[in-house]
Ligand binder design. Structure first.
Ligand code: SAM
Length: 324
């Protein structure tokens, strides 16, 4: 069974946020005063199992657990195990990695296959400023742990923001020279309710980042990859790793979007860049939740818009509360 939306896109990838909490306070993502605990009604392990089963009946191929910070959710191993028991082929997390070294073995035993780590900077000082106090060494511990455990390609996500980490383009790209990493440069999206004028000053188009890398290393080589994936992937000639560019603002990839999001407060968000959300509490509480969730997912897919809104506008929710 394939889940098709009204524009012929196959919906096969799920981003599932397991908590609104995070143990870092990134300037562009985590507003001060944000949640310190899981509010009542946060998605449970049982809810996760039911939702994954419903998505699986509709052709789910991959799930990425996110947040908030997924590793602060103590039931994450059980949630991953639920995905594994159902036989979902691709099970990944997006994480800041701070707690990964401590939890990695349990997560891999539960069924975790891949990890995307957020690391906006190689420089300890820049990292500390952007995360309001984080230590980049902990991300390195996470990378090394993932390598030791033989996990699939380790991806690094860096959101590029002018005046914050634009001096980090070459150091970040250089990581791919001798390390098996896919270093991905993400365009900054207006999902933090910053002043639109300030946002525009801080925004850096992926093409500018790529041009700076090419000015330093010469022309990049294109790498074949999944055409529905958001990143365009390249290589510095002769490098061990690769570079990805995720340009949702300057070069939106809505026409190949294959994703749905479920927030930790049980709302389906059909499009990251549109405020539309569908509260589906009712389906989790139904007598037959899987059947009700299939109906809810079909309704939400029906409302998936053709395009997201890439302009800076006042958003109802910021990224930490949606699940990136
Ligand atoms: N805490 C985890 C982490 O740090 O990866 C998972 C949640 S975080 C919201 C997921 C991803 O969203 C991170 O890579 C983060 O950098 C990215 N992100 C957050 N706010 C963003 C924004 N305004 N524009 C682009 N990416 C953003």
């Amino acid at each position: 069974m394939k889940l098709l939306d009204n524009y012929g896109r196959i919906i096969k990838d799920l981003r599932l946020s397991v908590t609104p909490r995070c143990n870092l306070h990134c300037l562009y993502c985590h507003p001060l005063g944000w949640e310190q605990s899981e509010p009542p009604g946060t998605i449970s392990v049982e809810d996760t199992r039911h939702f994954l089963r419903a998505m699986q009946l509709l052709g789910l191929e991959s799930v990425r657990f996110t947040g908030g910070e997924p590793l602060v959710r103590k039931e994450l191993p059980e949630m991953i195990a639920a995905a594994q028991e159902l036989g979902i082929p691709d099970i990944a997390i997006t994480t800041n990695g701070l707690l990964f070294k401590r939890k990695a073995r349990e997560l891999v035993a539960a069924g975790l296959k891949r990890i995307n780590l957020s690391m906006d900077s190689v420089s300890p000082e820049v990292f500390k400023t952007m995360t309001r106090g984080g230590q980049v060494e902990k991300v390195w511990d996470a990378i090394e742990t993932a390598w030791e455990l033989g996990m699939g390609p380790v991806k690094i996500n860096a959101v590029m923001i002018r005046g914050m980490n634009d001096g980090e383009v070459i150091p970040l790209a250089s990581l791919s020279l001798d390390k098996p990493l896919e270093v991905r440069f993400l365009e900054y999206m207006h999902l933090d309710n910053s002043n639109p004028g300030l946002y525009q000053q801080r925004f850096i188009a992926g093409a500018e980042t790529k041009a700076r890398i090419e000015a330093h290393f010469g022309p990049l080589e294109k790498v074949d990859h999944d055409p529905t994936a958001p990143a365009r992937v390249y290589k510095i000639p002769g490098a061990v790793g690769s570079l990805g560019f995720i340009n949702p603002v300057a070069e939106p990839f809505c026409s190949k979007c294959s994703r749905l999001r479920l927030t930790s407060d049980k709302k389906i968000r059909p499009c990251l860049l549109t405020d539309l959300e569908m509260d589906i509490h009712w389906a989790f509480e139904a007598e037959n939740p899987v059947e009700a969730l299939v109906d809810a997912i079909l309704l939400a897919t029906d409302r998936k818009p053709a395009f997201g809104n890439t302009l800076p506008t006042l958003r109802e929710r910021v990224m930490i509360g949606i699940g990136g």
